[in-house]
Design a protein around this ligand. Structure first.
Ligand SMILES: Cc1ncc(COP(=O)(O)O)c(C=O)c1O
Length: 395
C-alpha cells in the first residue's frame, strides 16, 4: 500500500472498494499512476471523460474561464450557462434547461418538476413510477427511485412517492398508474443495473401510455446522453421524445455538472421553487459548452457508434472463443460482457496488472465505457489484453 493509500485509509469514510492504484495524470484514453505506470482507461471516469482526459478544447475553455469568472450567484445572468442551454435546446427535443452539479441532483430536480406539474395539472398527483434494475443516484429520494433493494435497505424508512415496477413491462406500468401518478422515469438503456436494453417498442409503449394518461415521461440520460449510446441522446434511437430529460456525467468531460431539460409544457417551476448555489456556474458550463460543441461538430456520437460496434464485434469473437463468456450487449460505447460465473473482479484485477482499466459491472459482468474519442487501435489493444487474461481463466 502506497503512502497516499495509507492516508486515504486514515482520513476517508469507507464508501467504495478502491482498486490499488493512485492515478495522477491523464491524456486521451490513457492515465498514469504515481509510479509512472501507464493504463488504457476503459472506465473513463465512470462514463464521464467523453473527450478523453485533458482534451485541448476543454483545457482551453476552462483555463480561459478560470481567468475570467469562476462563480457568481444565479441571481445574475452569466454567459457560459446561457450558451450551453441554447446549444442543448437547439440539439434536443426539449425547450428549457436548469443546471445543477450531478446526476442525482438532476433527477431530484426532475422529480420535483414532475410534482409541480402534478400539482398544477393532475390534481396533486405526485407519485413517480420507475423500473427494477434502474439506477438514478444516491440521494435519499433517488435511492427509492432506484429499483434495486440493495441501495434502499440500508436507509429505511424511505421517502414516499415512488413505485418500482418490473423493467420492460408496459403492463406493470399500466397496473401501477393511479390518480396519484405524475410521471414515469426510466433510463433508455439501464447502465448501472447491468446495461439492460429496452425491448422493442417498450419505450414507445411507455410514451403512448403517458400521452394517453397525461402523465410525464422522464428519461434519465445521465449515463447514455451526450453521445455515449451512439447518438447525441439515446431517445433518438427508440423513436420517443421525453417530456423531461436529465443529463450529467459526460456533458462537461469531467467538470461536475448536471442538467434538467423540459418541454415548454412541463417547464412549470416559478422563481423560488428550485435552485442551486453552484449549479450552472461559469466554469462547469464553459467546459460543458466546449465539450458539447466538439461532440456535435465532430460527430463524436458517430465515433461512439462506429467504435462501439467494433468493440462489440471484438467481444463477440471472445464470446465464441471462451465458452464461459455468455453475452455481449450495449449501445455505442456502453457495452457489457457477461460470464457464466462470478469472475469479473478477478478479470478486472488481472487486466489492471496488464495496464487496462475496466469496470466490474456485476459479479459476473464487465462494463466498457472508454472516452468517446477512443480509436480502433486502442480497442484492439484492450481486446488483446482481455484475450490474454481470459485465456488464463477457467470458466
Ligand atoms: C443513469 C444514472 N442516473 C443517475 C446517476 C447518478 O449520477 P451522480 O453520480 O452524478 O449523482 C448515475 C450514475 O451512475 C446514472 O448512471
Amino acid at each position: 500500500m502506497s503512502h497516499w493509500q495509507e492516508l486515504e485509509q486514515k482520513y476517508f469514510m469507507s464508501t467504495v472498494e478502491r482498486l490499488p492504484v493512485t492515478l495522477v495524470r491523464g491524456q486521451g484514453a490513457r492515465v498514469w499512476d504515481e509510479d509512472g505506470r501507464e493504463y488504457l482507461d476503459f472506465v473513463g471516469g465512470w462514463a464521464v471523460t467523453s473527450l478523453g482526459h485533458c482534451h485541448p478544447v476543454v483545457i482551453d475553455a476552462v483555463v480561459e474561464q478560470v481567468r475570467t469568472l469562476i462563480q457568481v450567484s444565479n441571481q445574475f445572468y452569466t454567459i457560459p450557462q446561457i450558451r450551453l442551454a441554447e446549444l442543448l435546446v437547439q440539439n434536443s427535443c426539449l425547450d428549457k434547461v436548469f443546471f445543477c452539479n450531478s446526476g442525482a441532483e438532476a433527477n431530484e430536480g426532475a422529480v420535483k418538476l414532475a410534482r409541480r406539474y402534478g400539482k398544477r395539472y393532475l390534481n396533486g398527483a405526485y407519485e413517480v413510477i420507475t423500473a427494477t434494475g434502474s439506477f438514478h443516484g444516491r440521494t435519499l429520494a433517488m435511492v427509492v427511485a432506484t429499483g434495486q433493494p440493495k441501495f434502499q435497505q440500508p436507509y429505511v424508512p424511505l421517502p414516499a412517492g415512488f413505485i418500482n415496477v418490473a423493467y420492460n413491462s408496459i403492463e406493470a406500468i399500466k397496473a401501477a398508474t393511479t390518480s396519484e401518478t405524475c410521471a414515469v422515469m426510466l433510463e433508455p438503456v439501464q447502465g448501472e443495473g447491468g446495461i439492460n436494453l429496452p425491448d422493442d417498442n417498450y419505450l414507445a409503449q411507455v410514451r403512448a401510455w403517458c400521452d394517453q394518461t397525461g402523465i410525464l415521461l422522464i428519461l434519465d440520460e445521465i449515463q447514455t446522453g451526450a453521445g455515449r449510446a451512439g447518438t447525441l441522446f439515446a431517445y433518438e434511437q427508440y423513436g420517443v421524445e421525453p417530456d423531461i430529460m436529465t443529463l450529467a456525467k459526460g456533458l462537461a468531460s469531467g467538470l461536475p455538472i448536471g442538467a434538467i431539460l423540459a418541454r415548454d409544457r412541463a417547464s412549470v417551476f416559478v422563481p423560488g421553487e428550485h435552485g442551486s448555489t453552484f449549479g450552472g456556474n461559469p466554469l462547469a458550463c464553459a467546459a460543458g459548452y466546449a465539450t458539447l460543441k466538439f461532440i456535435i461538430e465532430n460527430d463524436i456520437a458517430g465515433n461512439s457508434q462506429r467504435v462501439g460496434q467494433y468493440l462489440t464485434a471484438g467481444l463477440e469473437r471472445l464470446k465464441e472463443k471462451f465458452e464461459f463468456v455468455t453475452d455481449v450487449r450495449g449501445r455505442g460505447l456502453l457495452v457489457a460482457l457477461e460470464f457464466n460465473n462470478d469472475i469479473a473482479q478477478s478479470v478486472v484485477m488481472a487486466c489492471l496488472e496488464r495496464g487496462l482499466l475496466l469496470n466490474r459491472l456485476k459479479p459476473n459482468a464487465l462494463r466498457f465505457m472508454p472516452p468517446l474519442i477512443v480509436g480502433k487501435d486502442e480497442v484492439d489493444e484492450a481486446l488483446g489484453i482481455l484475450d490474454k487474461v481470459l485465456s488464463t481463466v477457467t470458466g
